[in-house]
Design a protein around this ligand. Sequence first.
Ligand SMILES: Cc1cc2nc3c(=O)[nH]c(=O)nc-3n(C[C@H](O)[C@H](O)[C@H](O)COP(=O)(O)O)c2cc1C
Length: 172
Amino acid sequence: MSDFFTTLRRRHSVRHYQPDMPVEAGKLHAILESALSAPSAGDLQAYQIGVIEDVDRRAALARIAGQDFIAEAPVCLVFCTDAERSALAFGERGRALYALQDATIAAAYAQLAAVAAELGSAWVGYFDGAEIARLLELPPTLNPVALLTLGYPAELPEPTTRRHLDEVVFRP
Ligand SMILES: Cc1cc2nc3c(=O)[nH]c(=O)nc-3n(C[C@H](O)[C@H](O)[C@H](O)COP(=O)(O)O)c2cc1C
């Protein structure tokens, strides 16, 4: 196990996977538990997480997103907002903002947990949500907002650059 800051430094988007190396059930469980441990508005956890392991469905997700590597990864998590769950407590702010924040913080926790579990992952945001909802037969209350591919890497991605802190941080 690596310390937290090492985990942060080791996270890179992985877009090539070893398709014949499945993600162990224990690791997947730990990743999902980590997602759920994230903070959420009013502790409502206003999201659902689809676990897609079926090869045909992974291929369909890849096609919808136009990103072939999704099919290579043995697991794809589909983070969906449940906006009405948050709206019940927080009205329009819950519906429009908190549910999205809840779902995406959970996805970020899952992505870091994947590093700690020595797996690769990639966050995928470019897709047609309505098509994914149709494919997975989601109820109208659920809106897919992020995919997270998981698997054993078949590449060592180059670290990407970041903006300088001075450009991003402001102290008014
Ligand atoms: C909201 C969001 C949407 C993203 N969408 C995609 C995507 O559709 N396809 C993809 O390959 N990577 C996607 N990424 C991953 C980014 O490209 C990646 O995180 C960024 O280039 C930095 O590289 P790193 O993750 O290796 O640090 C997305 C990341 C985020 C947070």
